[in-house]
Ligand binder design. Structure first.
Ligand code: HEC
Length: 104
């Protein structure tokens, strides 16, 4: 690494840090979005214009038809054919916040 690229890497780390340094118990739709891009996109349309698969219902549809409690319960403990996802309570909050943000 050149000196300049080391400095650039440091700068990026410090600029990115505040976004990650928020209270871990504060649900974050932004973090939820990053998670669904990794864990859910293969089976669900994750945004109003995708991307995603059509194995399960679109998150837009789910946001419009399910209560926050129902979403949280499902994501913590889904039923077949959706696989059980071993995700933390904070992640469930973030993902729920993201899906709720899709409802009008
Ligand atoms: C391997 C495919 C697959 C993956 C990966 C997957 N799902 Fe699903 N999901 C499904 C299927 C299939 C259903 C429909 C189940 C049914 O209606 O019986 C479903 C249903 C749902 C529902 C609707 C539940 C309801 O009340 O009807 C939600 C919410 C949901 N998934 C969230 C997620 C989230 C969040 C993730 C990622 C963290 C995820 N799913 C990952 C296949 C998947």
């Amino acid at each position: 690494m050149t000196r300049a690229s080391v400095l650039a890497a440091f700068a990026t780390a410090f600029i990115a840090a505040p976004a990650l340094a928020q209270d871990p118990r504060e649900p974050s739709p932004e973090r939820g979005r990053e998670m669904v891009e990794r864990w859910c996109v293969e089976c669900h349309l994750i945004g109003p214009d995708g991307p995603g698969g059509d194995v399960g219902p679109s998150f837009q549809n789910v946001a419009e038809t399910r209560s926050e409690e129902a979403l949280r319960a499902w994501i913590s403990d889904p039923h077949p054919p959706m696989p059980k996802l071993d995700i933390s309570a904070n992640a469930v909050d973030d993902i729920t916040a993201y899906i709720r943000s899709l409802a009008p």
